[in-house]
Write a protein that binds this ligand. Structure first.
Ligand code: AVJ
Ligand code: FE
Length: 436
């Protein structure tokens, strides 16, 4: 195999190592449903193998189905997450055997692959990018399941750079057009295409994500009891759920605590806030006299280089992420302190856009002009126009393979079990209230 294929084989091995690490547990933990929002971990495990079978073996490789009778069980559209535990899904040992059997044949398809083929699944090994990213996305979902289960085990204490939060609170982005989305990144999803010009008025955007200290100020200022800050659906959500702080926070006297992978610890006030819903982010922003950025504002601040008139793949340029630039890949099982990555700043000087926490934007999930579904409608298209808001940038739990300036994630505005935070933006004309 040549270098390109060797790299793909290494990525396949790496992502599988990750999935196996997250399912290296007693069977009971793997088959149980820890939250109606999540699948049993063993469902995710066999699902990534089934997806690999469908796309690499059958569609790209023309190989006869190995286990067509299980396709239905692992079709996310046939069975909502809350029903998955009652399905006759494969048990842990059988699931491991199944995905290993698929993987052996996947390497044969890779060996035979012609990355210059006109077939869009083959060209630039797109289908391998598809399954690698898909498995990493499910791995992040599995981490969220672990966190919800309260089970100790997946804490990793990799060292993170210390924070240097000093600097301007906001960064100014001048008016003007930029190029949003991509035509050139070979492994981009259909929803990131096509590249198109977007002309934005000038705006301010926070240099850093909103931190736990600032968020606790909002809570302690009575933010959760004041309907002025909440949109109507958000206020209804807040009343129905009794939410009083980010998910996993508790109060003991004057101290905020959180439980991280089963381990209680005082909330680290210098970290970006995580586990907040879109409604909480939206309410905080209003309290702060700001608003959430649109996804266009987020993407321009992240990737646009107005001097070169081109978009960067990452804020710092086109070089791959490394531990001095961004916190990705479950290195430490937490966001890095605010200001930890000055070298990862964007052209405009915005920091920590990639990694740490997914960032809510004000935008609904919609197609770009000229959108064409590829390779299947159920990845993006069926979600367009639904009750979703776009998230950008990736979290500490995201892998570099599934993160870039143009990458779009989405979820319901009430969701907060994923690793979500936010930063604020402000229109140039906006005035700030007294309490800020
Ligand atoms: C893009 C994260 C919303 O997990 O539902 C996984 C990704 N699509 N399998 C999800 C996905 C198919 C998707 N998100
Ligand atoms: Fe999936």
């Amino acid at each position: 195999m040549n270098d390109f294929k060797e790299r793909i084989a290494a990525e396949l091995t790496a992502v599988r190592g990750r999935s196996l690490a997250y399912t290296d547990a007693e069977d009971d933990l793997l088959v149980r449903q820890h939250s109606p929002l999540m699948s049993p971990l063993v469902w995710d495990l066999a699902h990534v193998g089934n997806y690999e079978e469908l796309w690499v073996l059958r569609e790209a490789g023309g190989i006869t189905p190995l286990r067509p009778e299980i396709d239905d069980l692992y079709d996310a559209f046939k069975h909502p997450r809350k029903n998955r535990p009652s399905l006759p899904i494969l048990g842990p040992a059988e699931a491991r055997r199944y995905i290993e059997g698929v993987r052996g044949r996947v390497l044969d398809v890779l060996d035979r692959l012609d990355p210059e083929s006109p077939d869009p699944l083959h060209r630039d090994a797109f289908v391998f990018g598809l399954v690698i990213q898909h498995e990493h996305q499910h791995d992040e979902t599995m981490l969220a399941t672990w966190q919800l289960s309260g089970t100790a085990g997946l804490i990793r204490d990799g060292e993170l750079p210390s924070g240097k939060p000093y600097g301007p609170e906001e960064v100014f982005v001048p008016a003007g057009p930029f190029t949003m989305g991509t035509d050139t990144l070979p492994w981009a999803y259909d929803n990131e295409r096509s590249a198109h010009r977007v002309d934005l008025p000038a705006y301010w955007i926070d240099r850093l994500p909103v931190g736990n200290r600032a968020y606790a100020d909002f809570v302690e200022d009575g933010g959760y009891d004041d309907p002025r800050w909440w949109n109507p659906q958000g206020w209804a959500w807040r009343r129905e759920t009794g939410a009083f702080a980010p998910l996993f926070w508790t109060r003991d006297g004057d101290t905020w605590w959180r439980t991280r992978f089963g381990r209680p610890e005082p909330v680290p006030m210098d970290e970006p806030v995580q586990h907040v819903s879109w409604h909480e982010a939206d309410a905080y922003a209003r309290w702060a006299g700001k608003r959430l950025p649109t996804e266009a504002e987020w993407e321009k601040a992240c990737g646009w280089n107005p001097e070169a008139e081109r978009a960067r793949k990452y804020p710092w340029g086109d070089d791959d992420p490394d531990p001095g630039l961004a916190n990705l890949g479950h290195h430490a099982a937490r966001p890095a302190p605010l200001g930890a990555y000055p070298a990862g700043a964007s052209f405009y000087g915005v920091e920590q856009m990639i990694g740490d926490v997914w960032e809510w934007t004000s935008s609904e999930f919609l197609p770009y002009p000229g959108f064409r579904s590829f390779p299947y409608r159920e990845y993006s298209e069926v979600f367009f126009g639904g009750d979703y808001r776009v998230l950008r940038g990736g979290s500490w739990a995201a892998d570099p393979a599934a993160v870039r300036t143009t990458f779009r994630n989405w979820d319901h505005p009430i969701r907060r079990q994923i690793f979500t935070g936010f930063r604020c933006a402000r229109s140039v004309s906006a005035e700030r209230p007294e309490h800020r």
